[in-house]
Design a protein around this ligand. Structure first.
Ligand code: UD1
Length: 418
């Protein structure tokens, strides 16, 4: 088990290059097998979920070579359409392989990871869209058996702009005959990244970033070269850490537009924010004020993944912050832990009221999940004394060397392996 130790109270100063985006890398890795090609993918973060995606690709018959920050995938030799349960269970978003496998092999056998962290995470939108494209899908418990003699284009309207469903449809549509239109599509930057990568593979695809994405086939290219964009949630985490602890940091390698809503609330809370091109500077006195009401929403709204982290930054902000979570039903798992540091948070249904306290004190906390774990670290940085975050292995699913990066900015963070 990993235990993170954080001694709070240090201000953060310096520059940090933000890692490549986990949530953009994973669908791009799955997409690398939709067509037989050799892809060079750059700026890929070294994370457990990326390791899991690489293992799935190898299992399916791809040649995968990794060097620091880069993955080279040769998918010409794909020879298997089944992802074993152990590999599926390692990464929650492995369902994205369903569209890719159906598109490439005409069949897919996979199972879904059980017991969810953030609440129910149904995949009905994925399934109904793929069925509309001609797939036959049988569900047996958590096993999925998918088959399609021939996928065909379809006009699909999503009742909710699901990121994963939009990605799955885009992947299947590349191998389908005819034109696929996704209305009510997710507009996240990760969808734009997937479109850019698929375009480099020769796909005819347009509209990502808007609510309508159109895919009409491919003119396959043998090689693709793609650079993953910076991770907007990691950038948000570092910005929130600086806001809470005080200091002045400069983030590079990430587009400010991708996390503008987070920067907006930090600015409302009293931080100075300057951004030019791919550089963002955040300055904070460490004394914040409550920025009003925050409601999570699909992009370009406030990201649910940043909700626990911004909450952690605002625990000492003067006044009351109201947070409403609209995406996941169980995304306040950080609250009971943050209270142990002395935070005053009340939750009723989907709304949390955070009343700023004068001081937080170090405690032993348990990381509930990936972003909840990051929230513990942000809060602990602004607490008096030392905190221990146990079960903190979750953090490495999404953050590459977060401990080193924070230390380089002046924080006192170290990891104990027990
Ligand atoms: C992706 C991100 C995750 C982020 C989330 C929302 C990755 C690897 N993960 O997850 O970090 O928190 O977007 O921004 O990119 N839903 C359905 N039926 C479906 C699919 C989804 O009801 O078929 C619901 C979900 O239960 C949830 C909401 O839609 O309440 C959002 O889910 P979705 O956008 O699909 O998130 P993911 O793609 O799983």
């Amino acid at each position: 088990m990993e235990i993170w130790h954080v001694r709070g109270g240090n201000r953060l100063f310096g520059s940090c290059r933000v890692q490549g985006s986990k949530n953009a890398s994973l669908p791009v890795l799955a997409a690398s097998m939709v067509l037989p090609a050799r892809s060079q993918i750059r700026n890929v973060p070294q994370l457990r979920d990326v390791d899991a995606a690489a293992s799935i690709l190898s299992h399916l018959g791809c040649r995968v070579e990794r060097s620091e920050g880069e993955i080279c995938i040769d998918s010409t030799g794909v020879n298997c359409a089944e992802v074993p349960h152990e590999l599926m269970a390692e990464m929650r978003s492995s369902v994205i392989f369903m569209g890719a496998l159906l598109g490439r092999c005409g069949e897919a056998k996979l199972s879904l990871p059980g017991g969810c962290q953030l609440g129910k995470r149904p995949i009905d939108l994925h399934l109904s869209a793929l069925r509309a494209m001609g797939a036959q899908i049988d569900e047996e418990g958590r096993d999925l058996f998918c088959r399609a003699e021939r996928l065909h284009g379809a006009d699909i309207t999503l009742r909710f702009p699901s990121v994963g469903a939009t990605e799955n449809i885009m992947l299947a549509a590349c191998a389908a005959e005819g034109r696929t239109t996704i209305r009510g599509a997710a507009r996240e930057p990760e969808i734009v990244a997937l479109q850019d990568y698929l375009t480099s593979l020769g796909a005819h695809i347009a509209g990502a970033g808007s609510d309508t994405v159109v895919i009409c086939g491919v003119s396959p290219r043998p090689e693709a070269d793609f650079t993953v964009p910076g991770d907007r949630i990691v950038a948000s985490t570092l910005a929130c850490a600086c806001a809470a602890a005080g200091g002045r940091i400069i983030l590079s390698g990430v587009k400010p537009d991708h996390f503008l809503t987070v920067l907006h609330f930090l600015n409302e809370a009293g931080c100075d924010i300057i951004h030019v091109n791919d550089i963002v500077e955040i300055s904070s006195s460490g004394s914040l004020r409550a920025p009003g009401s925050i409601v999570t929403a699909p992009y370009p709204g406030f990201p649910t993944d940043a909700q626990p982290i911004l909450m952690a930054a605002l625990l000492r902000a003067e006044g009351t912050t109201q947070i409403t979570e609209t995406i996941f039903e169980n995304r306040y798992r950080q609250v009971s832990e943050l209270r142990r540091l002395g935070a005053d948070i009340r939750v009723k249904d989907t709304t949390a009221l955070v009343r700023g306290v004068k001081e937080l004190h170090g405690e032993t906390l348990t990381a509930p999940d990936l972003r909840g774990g990051a929230a513990m670290i942000v809060a602990a940085l602004s607490a008096r004394g030392e905190s221990r975050v146990i079960d903190a292995g979750h953090i490495k699913r999404g953050y590459e060397n977060l401990d080193d990066r924070l230390c380089a900015l002046g924080a006192e963070v170290w990891i104990e392996h027990t």
